[in-house]
Design a protein around this ligand. Structure first.
Ligand code: NAD
Ligand code: MG
Length: 391
């Protein structure tokens, strides 16, 4: 880091899995000597948020939960950290003058603050894939208009970003997203029918938040990532492939018109992708485990099964239909996921709910404005809730 002054940054969703890893990377790269933490946000877990704010000397700490304002204020009394809460608090955090913003709030809740940060020209390190899935081209445009950079943090997209030479963009043929296959990779549909939330949240290789862990088990995470890839890299649906690779060592690949395939490899540790997004176009020195090829011995690959994992088929449908179908898939999936973890529906019901809602909303207004996206999001949630109630 060769800037004379500490670099100003904000972490939206600092108390989550990505947020905690981001603070670890910042600590590894010199902490307060090199970085000035402007704003941190969380939802629950106020003790952790307050502790992070004190440790980093953050200028602002925000809880998304309006009713928790007083509690957070008390936890931070006597510190130099300002406190805010609720949607306006999140906006305030996004508006603070930080040149780099980690977007790590989970779900659609991350869209408004991330758009705000993008509009004022911050570089966006994007972990929140839901932004791109639901608002796609509008989100990419907002970043372009703001003048900041959009740097993917999702491990697959970071890998592709690292493999994609801008000078060779004309020769890009395909993107190959790797998928671990999750905890039910070898389950039959019958076995999947009765899995528990606890089984679904146990990822074989990565340690992550609840939603993305369950999404790895259903492969809805990969479905969101296919749509994310389309918008990030401006490729056609038929240029996006998914391959099951249980070891999660190859994080994704890019295939070129000369037959070459370039892959990015590493141990499954999000800090590599976070560090890359933080120091891009340079690379940081990080204390993460190194790959030991002698111990690895083998890497396996297989075709994904769209019968057992219909999420992948639904992503293709959404990609081909375009328009608001990404927003609809995203909102229906979030609603179905919530119902699953609350034991209101079973594991395989999630995809059925999403498909029913997508099909019911094929004819829609075009995705011209963010207001269109929010309207489709609300309607898809309403319909999904209705479908869930009928089960
Ligand atoms: P997480 O559940 O661990 O953390 C989510 C963060 O968002 C927390 O700070 C939480 O307090 C906050 N939050 C939750 N609900 C909120 C709301 N309604 N309003 C405002 N803030 C809210 O999630 P995570 O695993 O860190 O994932 C964050 C994002 O990054 C997701 O979009 C996920 O898909 C993506 N991602 C995560 C990983 C990973 O390894 N964890 C990898 C790739 C992409
Ligand atoms: Mg990923």
């Amino acid at each position: 880091i060769d800037n004379a002054r500490p670099r100003r940054l904000t972490i939206l969703g600092s108390t989550g899995s990505i947020g905690v890893n981001t603070l670890d990377v910042i600590e590894q790269l010199g902490g307060r000597d090199n970085f000035e933490v402007m704003a941190l946000t969380g939802n629950g877990n106020l003790d952790l948020l307050a502790e992070q704010a004190r440790r980093t000397g953050a200028k602002l700490a925000v809880t998304a939960d309006e009713s928790q304002y007083r509690t957070l204020k008390d936890l931070l009394s006597g510190s130099d950290t300002d406190v805010a809460a609720g949607p306006s608090g999140l906006e305030e955090a996004a508006a603070v003058d930080a040149g780099w913003v980690m977007a790590a709030i989970v779900g659609t809740a991350g869209l408004a603050p991330t758009l705000k940060a993008a509009a004022r020209g911050a570089d966006i390190a994007l972990a929140n894939k839901e932004c791109l899935v639901s608002a796609g081209p509008l989100f990419v445009d907002a970043v372009k208009k703001g003048g900041g950079r959009l740097i993917p943090v999702d491990s697959e997209h970071s890998a592709i970003f690292q493999c994609l030479e801008q000078d060779q963009r004309h020769a890009l043929e395909r993107i190959v997203l790797t998928a671990s296959g999750g905890p039910f990779r070898t389950h039959t549909r019958e076995q999947m029918a009765n899995v528990t939330v606890q089984a679904a949240r146990t990822h074989p290789n990565w340690s992550m938040g609840l939603k993305i862990s369950v999404g790895s088990a259903s492969m809805f995470n990969k479905a969101l990532e296919m749509i994310e890839a389309k918008h990030l890299f401006d490729v056609r649906p038929d240029q996006i492939e998914v391959v099951v690779h249980p070891q999660s060592i190859i994080h994704s690949m890019v295939g070129y018109t000369d037959g070459s395939v370039i892959a990015q490899l590493g141990v499954p540790d999000m800090r590599t992708a976070i560090g890359y997004a933080l120091t891009y176009p340079k690379r940081p020195a990080l204390n993460v485990d190194r790959l030991d090829f002698a111990k690895l011995a083998r890497l396996d690959f297989g075709a994904p099964d769209e019968t057992r994992f219909p999420a992948l088929r639904l992503a293709r449908t959404a990609l081909v239909r375009g328009g608001l179908q990404g927003a609809i898939l995203n909102a229906a999936e979030e609603t179905a996921f919530n119902a699953f973890v609350e034991n209101k529906i079973r594991f395989l019901d999630m995809a059925e709910v999403v498909e029913t809602v997508m099909d019911a909303m094929v004819e829609g207004v075009p995705a011209d404005t963010i207001a269109d996206v929010y309207a489709a999001d609300r309607e898809a949630r309403r319909k999904a809730t209705e479908v869930i109630a009928k089960r």
